[in-house]
Design a protein around this ligand. Structure first.
Ligand SMILES: [Zn+2]
Length: 154
């Protein structure tokens, strides 16, 4: 008997559930999908106690379809690994954040807020200086122009 249940995943296909066969122990089987190298993607019936019962897909996978299914399986496994690694690093980041004292965040925010307020004040100060400078230079320009005009008139 072929043993494909080891790497099988549960499977809900559009098979007629009424056709689900009984295992030799007389218990109803359930559908599962094989992901072995021999039978990638092939659907079968399995007993909870005895494992593989009978194939639902009568034909074995073969040819390029079989190769593509194996490739897809490998890709899914790699992506699952990546997701697991990401989740782990995310959890570690979370742990290292929450392991700090709860005040640290508040202190950081207060510090940041102070910095921002200071920058806003500095910007306002710069704007004021710039306005004064503009007024002074306009004033100076007018004074100089008036002087020149008076000199020319004389
Ligand atoms: Zn059984």
């Amino acid at each position: 008997m072929e043993n494909s249940s080891s790497s099988a995943t549960s499977f809900n296909a559009s098979y007629n559930q009424l056709d689900v066969p009984l295992c030799h122990c007389r218990k109803p089987t359930r559908m599962a999908q094989s992901w072995t190298d021999d039978n990638p993607g092939r659907v079968f019936f399995k007993c909870d106690t005895h494992g593989f019962s009978v194939w639902a897909d009568k034909e074995k996978p073969f040819g390029w379809q079989k190769l593509r299914l194996i490739e897809a399986r490998e890709q899914i496994r790699r992506q699952k690994e990546e997701i697991r690694a990401l989740k782990t690093s995310l959890r570690e980041t979370h742990v290292s954040l929450s392991s700090n004292s709860p005040n640290v965040d508040a202190e950081m925010f207060a510090e940041e807020k102070k910095k921002l307020e200071f920058e806003a004040m500095a910007a306002k100060e710069r704007e004021k200086l710039l306005r004064q400078f503009v007024v002074i230079s306009w004033g100076g320009f007018i004074v100089v122009t008036t002087m020149i005009l008076t000199m020319v008139k004389k």
